[in-house]
Write a protein that binds this ligand. Structure first.
Ligand SMILES: Cc1ncc(COP(=O)(O)O)c(C=O)c1O
Length: 407
């Protein structure tokens, strides 16, 4: 297998991929010809489709997954009048944005260790972190695998906590028959580069609660009064009564919150609309690729832990996570070998050992044994829908070579 691939030394296996097809181009040209860039019919169509796919009444398209999370938490804090310094539970393994947005809202992230097999928040370790100050939980569906939401929602109900699902790495994944982003009070998704769908930059908030939806829309528009959130709110104004016209004029430039400028354009919506056409096919391809990699690497399972998929949920494989099991081989050596052969890698979302977190929280790692282990031994590689069988065989050959050479 390796011989066949030797020629392709310069081959690149990047973590992400991108397709911009004729439908997206047609929509982009159409929006340019219509001289319309700000939130309009394409954004509304994208939001409606996304909401429907995830079984929610509302979806709000914004600039990033981080903005989606930050505004969702801001909305809850404002509506329920949480105070600065109150606490939000987050997993000890996640992309740093999950906990940064807690700090940015002047709240305190409290970390909960993760499960050693799925790498998602460990529901059994949540209650011991709950205090009088706890207000919310942000479970993360890491790498496309839903967190164990049923016990999480039961704990949230018992302690009257709000739940924001950080679904930035998962879309259209079901857990016990329910879609990610439809189980918590709000769900937050990312359409940034290398995500399940990619619109360059982008994020989506989903919810069934109209008050949350309006508040998030207001926050992304500088905290503007909900009477005027897009230029379409002016439509048919001249046909309204004098009283109605003046009500709009009076409140159009009125701000009810300290908001953000987090709006996208019709062009990102055009990219998103095309990608929603292919999302199911692409997820199936990701799952097939992951299964192929897992089968090929099974022979090394004494050295590495491969992805685990509990029977009650889908894994949509944003990436292919691996944890080194054994001290026979150092992660640094394996990753150097993979990168030397063009296979892009990342560490498995280490959080507690980040320089800035050590500065803020001190040395937390010893209290989180699973996260500490993953910080040392975890990483991920690509399994996206544009990888060919040849690419997958190449990845397997390079792993095989590494284990032969290095162990
Ligand atoms: C778990 C998680 N949360 C939040 C984000 C932030 O999303 P964005 O990059 O769109 O701001 C990411 C991004 O990769 C993520 O993986």
């Amino acid at each position: 297998m390796l011989e066949k691939n030797k020629k392709s030394r310069a081959r690149k296996i990047p973590l992400g991929t991108l397709n911009i097809g004729p439908y997206a181009k047609k929509l982009i040209l159409q929006t340019l010809n219509e001289n319309r860039l700000s939130h309009g019919p394409l954004s509304a169509r994208f939001e409606n489709k996304f909401a429907k796919l995830h079984n929610r009444k509302f979806a709000i398209f914004t600039v990033s997954g981080t903005a989606a999370l930050r505004m969702s938490l801001h909305a809850l804090k404002r509506i329920y009048q949480w105070r600065d310094g109150e606490e939000v539970l987050v997993p000890a393994i996640t992309f740093i944005a999950t906990s940064n947005i807690v700090l940015q809202n002047n709240l305190r992230p409290i970390f909960v260790d993760v499960l050693p097999d799925t790498y998602n928040i460990d529901p059994k370790k949540i209650e011991e972190k709950i205090t009088r100050k706890t207000r919310a939980i942000i479970p993360v569906h890491l790498y496309g695998l839903p967190a164990d939401m049923e016990p999480i929602m039961a704990i949230a109900k018992k302690h009257k906590l709000k739940v924001i699902e950080d679904s930035c790495e998962a879309m259209l994944a079901k857990y016990r028959g329910r879609m990610v982003g439809s189980m918590g009070d709000l769900g937050c998704f990312s359409t940034y580069v290398a995500h399940i769908i990619t619109t360059g930059v982008g994020g989506i908030v989903t919810t069934n609660n109209p008050e949350y939806a309006v508040r998030v829309k207001s926050l992304m528009n500088h905290g503007r009064d909900s009477i005027y959130l897009t230029i379409d709110d002016d439509n048919n104004l001249s046909r309204k009564s004098d009283k109605e016209i003046f009500k709009t004029v009076d409140r159009r430039f009125s701000f009810i919150d300290i908001g953000y400028s987090c709006r996208l354009t019709e062009m990102e919506a055009a990219l998103g609309l095309e990608q929603l056409k292919y999302i199911k096919t692409n997820i199936r391809k990701r799952q097939k690729n992951a299964a192929y990699l897992a089968e090929g690497l099974k022979q090394f399972s004494y050295l590495i832990q491969l992805p685990i998929i509990p029977r009650d949920r889908d894994h949509v494989f944003l990436a292919f996570p691996i944890v080194m099991k054994d001290k026979l081989l150092e992660r640094s050596k394996l990753l150097t070998h993979l990168e030397k052969h063009g296979i892009e890698t990342r560490y498995m979302m280490p959080l507690l050992n980040q320089p800035i977190y050590k500065e803020i929280f001190g040395n937390l790692e010893p209290r989180y044994p699973v996260a500490r282990y993953i910080n040392k031994a975890g990483f991920y590689i690509a399994c996206h829908h544009n990888l060919t069988k040849d690419d997958l065989d190449y990845i397997l050959a390079i792993f095989e070579q590494a284990f032969q050479k290095l162990v």
